[in-house]
Design a protein around this ligand. Structure first.
Ligand SMILES: Nc1ncnc2c1ncn2[C@@H]1O[C@H](COP(=O)(O)OP(=O)(O)OP(=O)(O)O)[C@@H](O)[C@H]1O
Length: 697
């Protein structure tokens, strides 16, 4: 490394790291065969920061960025990691002041497991019998295809109701990702479906056939095929030889298949580093297993080195005390106790409030008060267990004109107009994809399921799809629309079309349909604009379709659009989507039994433990102020015959009486009038508890 004389003095970007972080960053630097490394660390202990420094250190020591595989949980995390590593690297190279203006280091192999898997599969497609033009089904598409197959093989007409398509896909996915046999998965997680084991096997076989015929892969296939390649002695070794370093963030949320990908590519663990926190493992419901962390040390042909980070840099000591108490009651975990030197006299608040409407008003008022005290809206977040829990608060924020952005709610790709447009592009990309074709064809007025099926059958047998479509005898009443569609389709299939022209053509064709189908077409048109804006970042249609399916934008514009015009807005987020982030002030809604733990998740002990970790994740997002809100009356949406109703709620079981000393409790009868705040005498507390219990008798 050389420094020109005119450049500022080299600053040591690693000076701020603590000894354990530094040990992780320096681990086997300069060695030809770096041993596998596991960094286990508590919330806010700088895992992600350490990983970014490690990447910079490796590159600074001569590693080729093209040969670094960096696997993160989301695309956003991959981008942030590249940014952070660049900053460190520029400082390392003595360009401290200019670091912010320097282009980030390009890490071409930084991304999610799924997106990297998709890229590798396209590279290797020819050798593993895949057509490289494959399209990727998101969860919704996969569910629909499962539904179609379920219907085709007669399972939708069974006398006793066969599991719904969504359940079938969940079972299938769990089997694939956990690598456990079907009967075990059924017994453990779907006991009410166990009687259908034989039929499910048939269904899953037919589903796999359908995917193959239509040249589509679902999310699980991206991992499954990658793991299969990695397990092959020849392909696995070849894949492994592409990368000198394999770094994985958030390892606690990986599943067995993902672990198999790593061990297949790097059986001796050379150059492998993973970071994670077993206490933050919150994706068990998707088949992630905390065993990956617990078993990491013995997974390779040489033992892994372990470094533990316990110093927390994020939260004040009272917030940590409360969080440690909550996670301390967990049944099984890596023993570690977080500490910090951030003293504070402010304990986390436990706020009792009459109902959800008051909760919304109260939170909104506190957010505004804090803003008056100088805390920008962006430094404040409201977290909740399920996306629907923020409905009352969203209304209140709108009423008071407080801008917000919501993460983890209705996903962009779930909106029907986005699905329509993407289906059109997918059908142009891969005419064998029946699901996309089925959706698009029915956009044309006069074409229903029967005609669409016949068209797709004809397409399936044709070598010139555009010509087949043009010649297809559709009912006379739709011939004008049909011709317009065929002309569009032919253009979309024309070689040499310059992306994103395809998307613009598709949008123009779709515009009148959007207007015909939706009253709020103007709002929805904004989403389509957003889609066009996103398209610019991609080289071609294929990469756009793959990426958008794998890592969709978080929110639709009717929610996220207007607030984004403001430069300050509150963050509303599900706890799952808050992973890896931090805010100065955090409000957690509905800290009551039935929400945390969710009443959907009280089936078995593992589920309950995962809910406990969720609360821990939520609490450890806060830097200075943490509020857990406990509404006394809570509205639940029932699937049962009782219908939706209000219930009396009790404080979440994860905040036990012995933990109350870590909180400051307060009760509010009304959100707005400060004088109505009461310090809550014990007698009242007893009353409230009794009432809550009686409601369940
Ligand atoms: N050595 C350090 N000195 C000062 N601040 C640090 C240090 N290491 C990390 N931090 C800060 O601590 C905070 C948490 O870091 P980071 O996000 O990397 O933690 P994490 O372990 O990935 O957290 P979590 O798992 O809870 O999401 C960040 O604000 C980061 O800048």
């Amino acid at each position: 490394m050389t420094t020109a004389t005119a450049e500022p003095a080299i600053e040591d970007p690693f000076a701020s790291l603590n000894p354990e972080q530094r040990a992780a960053v320096e681990h086997d630097i300069g060695s030809q065969a770096p041993r596998p490394l596991l960094v286990v660390a508590g919330a806010g202990s700088g895992k992600t920061n350490t990983l970014a420094h490690r990447v910079a250190r490796l590159i600074g020591a001569g590693a080729d960025p093209q040969r670094i595989l960096l696997l993160t949980f989301s695309r956003r995390a991959a981008g942030e990691m590249s940014q952070r590593a660049s900053g460190v690297l520029h400082r390392l190279l003595g360009r401290g002041a200019a670091a912010r203006t320097q282009a980030p280091v390009s890490l071409p192999w930084a991304g999610t497991f799924h997106s990297i898997g998709a890229r590798l599969l396209r590279e290797f497609a020819g050798r593993i019998g895949l057509d490289p033009q494959f399209t990727i089904h998101d969860r919704g598409d996969a569910e629909d295809l499962m539904g179609m197959v379920r219907h085709e093989i007669g399972l939708s007409r069974t006398e006793k109701r066969f599991p719904m398509k969504g359940t079938c896909l969940s079972i299938y996915s769990r089997v694939v990702n956990s690598r456990d046999p079907l009967d075990q998965v059924l017994q453990a997680y779907f006991p009410w479906c166990a009687e259908w084991e034989a039929q499910l096997k048939t269904l899953f076989g037919a589903y796999v056939d359908a995917k193959q015929e239509q040249n589509v892969l679902d999310y699980d296939d991206l991992l499954l095929f990658w793991a299969e390649m990695a397990a092959d002695p020849v392909l696995g070794a070849e894949l492994g030889s592409w990368f000198d370093h394999v770094l994985v963030d958030e390892y606690q949320d990986t599943n067995r298949l993902q672990a198999a990908v790593i061990t297949g590519m790097k059986p001796d663990g050379r150059g492998v580093m993973v970071v994670g926190d077993d206490a933050q493992s919150i994706y068990g419901f998707r088949g992630a297993t905390v065993r990956n962390i617990l078993d990491f040390a013995g997974q390779f042909t040489q033992p892994a080195h372990l470094i533990t980070l316990e110093r927390n840099y994020r939260s004040t000591q009272p917030i940590l005390d409360a969080s440690n108490a909550v996670i301390g009651a967990a049944l099984e975990r890596h023993a570690k106790t977080l500490w910090t030197d951030k003293v504070s006299a402010i304990k986390p608040q436990l706020v009792l409030i009459p109902d959800e409407a008051e909760q919304a008003r109260w939170v909104c008022s506190r957010i505004l008060e804090q803003r008056e005290e100088g805390v920008p809206l962006k430094s404040q977040a409201v977290l909740f267990r399920a996306a629907s829990h923020s409905a009352a608060l969203e209304l209140e924020l709108m009423r008071r004109n407080v801008p917000f952005v919501k993460f983890g709610g209705l996903k962009f790709l779930e909106a029907s107009h986005i699905k329509d447009l993407l289906a059109l592009l997918r059908f142009a990309q891969n005419p064998s994809g029946r699901l996309a074709g089925f959706r698009v064809l029915q956009l044309i007025p006069g074409i229903g399921q029967a005609t669409a099926t016949r068209v797709l059958d004809a397409v399936g047998e044709s070598s010139d799809v555009a010509a087949t479509l043009a010649a297809f005898p559709v009912p006379a009443r739709c011939s004008v629309e049909w011709q317009a569609f065929c002309a569009l389709y032919a253009r979309l299939r024309t070689p040499g079309l310059r992306w994103p022209q395809d998307l613009e053509l598709a949008r123009d064709w779709y515009a009148p349909h959007l207007e015909r189908l939706h009253d709020d077409f103007q709002v929805r048109a904004l989403d389509l604009d957003q889609l066009v804006a996103l398209s610019g970042g991609h080289a071609n249609r294929e990469s756009f379709l793959a990426e958008i399916t794998l890592d969709p934008p978080e929110a639709t514009s009717d929610r996220a659009g207007p607030p984004l015009l403001d430069d300050d807005y509150v963050i509303l987020s599900t706890i799952h989507s808050s992973k890896g982030q931090e805010w100065k002030s955090v409000h957690v809604l509905n800290v009551v039994d039935g929400c945390i733990p969710s009443d959907m998740a009280t089936g078995n002990q593992d589920d309950i433990e995962e809910e406990r970790r969720l609360l821990y994740v939520a609490m450890t997002r806060a830097r200075e102020n943490l509020h857990l809100i406990v509404p006394n009356r809570f509205f639940i949406k029932q699937q049962s015959t009782m219908g939706d109703r209000h219930v009396y709620a009790t404080r979440s079981r994860f905040v036990t009486p012995v933990m109350l000393k870590h909180f400051e409790e307060s009760a509010w009868l009304s959100a707005d009038k400060r004088e109505l705040r009461t310090p809550m005498p014990d007698s009242v507390r007893m009353l409230v508890r009794d009432r809550a219990r009686n409601a369940w008798k």
